[in-house]
Design a protein. Structure first.
Length: 335
């Protein structure tokens, strides 16, 4: 508990930006998702950008570099300490306890969901994410620092056409009292609309619901700043399971019944559901291309989000891949 109340390593939250910060990138974010039906070019970063931090669950220091990558690369993670590449696809996910982990054999990279959300919402199709540890940096527990890195590196169009996964019929997965669905657009609809409801017995959270039509702007404004959260009563059990070793009030909201223990309070009154929706955006980015359709969920978590993608791609009648098909997509649809 003391670890959470007194953040001993908060100084390490500071990013070391190794490239020139290009503020014009903030303006270029517009329209990169290409939410209209027209074909869009693929996008990557203009230049590499690096930072340091530590993992929420492992507590291990990590250096991360986002690098521009060629058309069709997709989102590729690279463990530079082991020289192993791990493509960011839903079928590489094998562990969803409190975060989303991709692995290849014994090699794993955890807590990828906040970066995945920031990349997807920024319209990045191709990038290599180099790390020298088994977990991404947690920063402040939100996606805002990842967006800052992406915007600082800059975004540029390159060759190839962005593929889209168009939802053709309702796909639903359930677990106990939770469910998650992907649905086709309403007639005339486009882009990706998401609706999520959550309910917790802790009265500081209670029942919350949120809806968003995903664009770079709505994500940056409404979801990216929302931090991950946990219940004070669960912290000891988490740490006994080897999780949340790097956790503190610097990188998570901690709730104790009706109280929020963070002295600065909440960033939004409904920060909890916004963060859960941020996680949905990141987990569903493992589809390998932007989803065109609607998501509706209640009490979903990383496990159910991943099961939803597995159910989607289990039947070719569920979806259609529009426009460009990258090598990553061919591999994905053949899986
Ligand atoms: Zn999260």
């Amino acid at each position: 508990m003391i670890d959470w109340i007194t953040p001993p390593r908060s100084a390490k939250l500071q990013c070391i930006i190794k490239v020139f910060v290009n503020m014009s990138a903030f303006r270029e974010r517009k329209n990169l998702l290409g939410v209209q039906a027209a074909a869009s070019p693929r996008h990557t970063l203009k230049r590499p950008i690096s930072c340091v931090g530590y993992g929420l669950h492992s507590g291990v220091d990590v250096e991360m570099t986002l690098r521009p990558a060629g058309p069709g690369t997709g989102i590729m993670f690279r463990r530079v300490d082991l020289n192993v590449d791990l493509p960011a696809t839903f079928n590489a996910v094998n562990d969803t306890r409190l975060c989303t982990v991709i692995n290849a054999g014994d090699v794993r990279i955890g807590t990828i969901e906040h970066l995945m959300a920031a990349l997807a919402a920024s319209g990045i199709d191709d990038v290599v994410v180099e790390v020298n540890a088994p977990e991404l940096p947690i920063f402040d527990g939100s996606a805002a620092p990842f967006l800052f890195l992406i915007e600082s590196a800059g975004i540029t169009a390159h060759a190839g056409t962005r593929a889209r996964v168009e939802i053709r019929r309702v796909v639903r997965v359930e677990h106990e009292n939770a469910f998650a669905e992907l649905r086709p657009h309403h007639p005339g609809g486009s882009g990706f609309d998401l609706s999520l409801a959550i309910e917790f017995s802790a009265s500081a959270i209670g029942a919350q619901a949120y809806h968003i039509s995903l664009t770079p702007e709505t994500f940056a404004r409404e979801l990216a700043p929302a931090r991950t959260f946990t219940l004070a009563a669960e912290i000891e059990a988490l740490q006994k399971s080897g999780l949340a070793k790097g956790g503190s009030l610097a990188n998570a909201v901690v709730v104790d019944g009706p109280k929020v223990l963070n002295p600065e309070g909440l960033r939004f009154s409904d920060e909890f559901v916004r963060h859960k929706l941020l996680d949905v955006v990141g987990d569903l980015a493992l589809a390998g291309a932007p989803i065109s359709g609607r998501f509706i969920g209640s009490r979903t978590g990383h496990s159910l989000n991943n099961k939803l993608l597995r159910a989607l791609f289990a039947d070719p009648e569920n979806f259609r891949i529009n426009h460009g098909i990258s090598p990553a997509m061919l591999q994905l649809t053949a899986a």
